[in-house]
Design a binder for this molecule. Structure first.
Ligand code: G4P
Length: 534
């Protein structure tokens, strides 16, 4: 059964028109440019260049953001909503750098689909592959955009083959490029049988469309330059014969990806991709939760926090929890049950992120992302409902792969340091462990760059210079199991034991051998490398 609005009549039209997705790509493939064009066609911005310009203005406000800029990476995710035709798109930005994969993973728990952007000259790059694997863990549907076709790029069959081989997914062409590099004139839209011709003179102009009735339609010869025509017809015939046809169900199940070719900077192919998201991208999906899953059409509101961002506005020291609504029709001022603490929470200032501006959200529907400013009550993994104690599942915390000790430059400021570290732990930016012996903290991250980001944020946001130093430990495992056995392990291994920011017990390890020893000597204790955030 297809996941189209007509096949899910139970969904209110407001929910059925939502498409919530993320873009995954290797740095430089064109994610920012494509986002900009999405917003341009969505009417959210007036002129291309604004995302970058606004980004820049925001960045100059802080050294931390300056660092992002210098390194050409985006370490903070944000959400943007815009309308396109009858659809409401919610685009969640994923951090592009591999050092922030945990954050990325959690971001991907909040979307129903991903757009994979690849550079036509480079094909599948390392970061694309990593992010793709994360999507696969969740069986997320993936639509592909092959960018920069206005430059010399690889042969189309070769690109398609590479995606199929490297990512083990069926690829079906939704469009076919005509000419490459300087010769690139546009695409043949395979799904709608028409030509889309690019206007090189105006980068923001929408392509001209020409209906085509079959490959012997004289219009083809009229509009496609003579030296490209034979190759186009030959390619299209070969593609029809050799490549799988679009199977919308397989797309929704994550087994097939349609690929569009284009040039984001020339606004070319972007609308076709947006139409593709509308036609083949999933509607808001059922969310797994305990003790039962949550369907988007349920009358009552439920949502979960997948990201917390502190100090988005340094003047206000606020913290914004990004909440994906899993069900219902949310209205500003609603009182929701904060399931973890069992306390009611009045949501009086929710924000929607329209382009890169924030706006008060008067209402929102399942599928939307809203930001809830708060003073630390909301943590990653928290569920908010209209009463029922449901808990959204599948938002993990991973064991860090790198550990370092951290000290305040000024020993009198260690309380401040603790506060800063707790904030970052709650934001999910790092793991913070308090060893049971000695003073100080151990900070765990997934990639080395995160230490630099933390040090610069602590200094900037708390005025506190800090030093990271080598630690004898290399990883950590959460400890659970039979209480007596856990106590025995803790008492006999104090030098390895610490608590995370939730107070949960962890076992710090130096070598795999440490883990093997615990497994052997304490059969009633479980050591785990992930913890469900709750
Ligand atoms: P990212 O967010 O994935 O890192 O990529 P971004 O959009 O910033 O694009 C990376 C570079 O590729 C930019 O050039 C951008 O202008 C260029 N680009 C994006 N789409 C296309 C396209 O369709 N064709 C061509 N030829 N180039 C494209 P830059 O020189 O790094 O930055 P800028 O000076 O243009 O801002």
């Amino acid at each position: 059964m297809l996941d189209t609005a007509s096949n899910r009549p139970e969904l209110p039209p407001e929910i059925a028109r939502r498409r919530t997705f993320a873009i995954i790509s290797h740095p430089d493939a064109g994610k920012t440019t494509l986002t900009e064009k999405f917003l341009l066609y969505g009417g959210a911005i007036q002129m291309a260049g604004q995302v970058r310009a606004k980004g820049e203005a925001r960045r100059t406000r802080s050294d931390f953001m300056q660092m992002e800029k210098d390194r050409g990476i985006s370490v903070s995710a944000s959400a943007m909503s815009f309308d396109y035709n009858d659809l409401r798109f919610n685009l969640v930005d994923t951090p592009g750098h591999s050092d922030f994969s945990e954050d990325t993973y959690r971001t991907l728990t909040a979307v129903d689909a991903a757009i994979m952007v690849i550079d036509g000259a480079k094909g599948v790059e390392s970061q694309t592959q990593k992010l793709f694997e994360v999507c696969r863990l969740r069986d997320l549907p993936i639509l592909t955009f092959c960018n920069k076709m206005d430059r010399e790029s690889r042969d189309v069959f070769e690109i398609i083959d590479e995606i199929q081989e490297m990512l083990a997914i069926d690829v079906t062409p939704a469009s076919w490029p005509i000419g490459v590099g300087r010769d690139f004139v546009g695409c043949y839209d395979i799904l709608r049988d028409r030509l889309e011709l690019m206007d090189r003179a105006d980068r923001n102009k929408v392509a001209e469309s020409i209906e085509i009735n079959g490959l012997d339609d004289p219009n083809l010869a009229k509009y496609v330059p003579e030296h490209l025509l034979d190759k186009l017809v030959e390619d299209l015939e070969m593609a029809r014969e050799l490549l799988p046809k679009l199977d919308p169900q397989a797309v929704l199940e994550g087994h097939m990806t349609p690929i569009w070719f284009g040039s984001a900077i020339n606004s070319f192919g972007v609308k076709e991709l947006m139409d593709g998201i509308g036609n083949y991208g999933p509607l808001p999906q059922v969310q797994s939760a305990q003790p039962r899953s949550i369907a988007p059409e349920e009358k009552k509101v439920a949502g979960f926090v997948f990201k917390v961002q502190a100090n988005m506005d340094p003047k206000h020291r606020d913290r914004v929890a990004f909440v994906r609504l899993a069900s219902g029709h949310f209205k500003r001022g609603m009182k929701l049950n904060h399931v973890r603490t069992k306390k009611p929470m009045a949501i009086s200032n929710p924000v929607l992120f329209l382009a890169s501006d924030r706006e008060l959200a008067e209402e929102a529907w399942a599928g939307d992302i809203i930001g809830i400013p708060n003073h630390g009550q909301l943590r990653i993994g928290d569920t908010l409902t209209e009463g029922e104690p449901l808990r959204v599942t599948g938002i993990p915390s991973f064991a860090p792969e790198l550990l370092q000790g951290v000290r305040a430059g000024d020993p009198m400021k260690s309380k401040h340091l603790e506060k800063a570290l707790m904030q970052f732990a709650e934001e999910g930016a790092a793991k913070v462990f308090k060893p049971s012996i000695g003073s100080g903290f151990i900070v765990g991250v997934v990639g080395a760059l995160q230490f630099e980001v933390l040090a610069s944020r602590i200094e900037m946001e708390y005025g506190l210079p800090v030093r990271f130093e080598a630690s004898q430990f290399t990883s950590a495992r959460w400890v659970s199991g039979d209480k007596a056995a856990v106590d025995k392990l803790v008492n006999a291994n104090k030098q390895h034991i610490a608590n995370d920011h939730d107070g949960d017990i962890v076992y710090l390890t130096r070598l795999q051998w440490d883990i093997d020893r615990v497994v052997r000597d304490y059969p009633d204790v479980n050591l785990t490398a992930t913890k469900e955030m709750m």
